[in-house]
Design a protein around this ligand. Sequence first.
Ligand code: FES
Ligand code: FES
Length: 157
Amino acid sequence: MQVKLNRQTLALGDEQAQTPILWWLREDRGLTGTRYGCGQGVCGACTVHLDGQAVRSCITPCGAADKRELTTIEGLARGNVLHPVQQAWLELAVAQCGYCQSGQIMGAAALLASTPNPSDEQIDAAMAGHLCRCGTYERVRAAIHRAAQIARTGGAR
Ligand code: FES
Ligand code: FES
């Protein structure tokens, strides 16, 4: 198998085909920005992008990523240039404890890629599967609107 992880092509043995992507990222690749929450596909903490789509890496086997592009929170920025979602998150100080936040950011980035100017309802629907025990939901929603604005205007208010 071959996976393009954060723009780097990597070979994986066939024995890894059934390993959840989350385990491979954290244990083999040392990419611990992707979090383990529930392990059952219900909390969103482990969200990564597979060909630009948000997927739950705890329930997605490595075999599903064969010959595809996998992006984690570590690969979202381009060099020193943060993704608009990351910029907005910092501006609005969204994170509290931070545990759910990489998943939230990856979910938000996937939403904006398909829906560049989402309504509150579209944000709530897309982000409903991201649980935050600190209750950052209002700031998440505001930051997604701000990220959409940054993407449109390059950051001007
Ligand atoms: S750890 Fe994957 S959805 Fe909760
Ligand atoms: S910021 Fe603490 S769980 Fe979301």
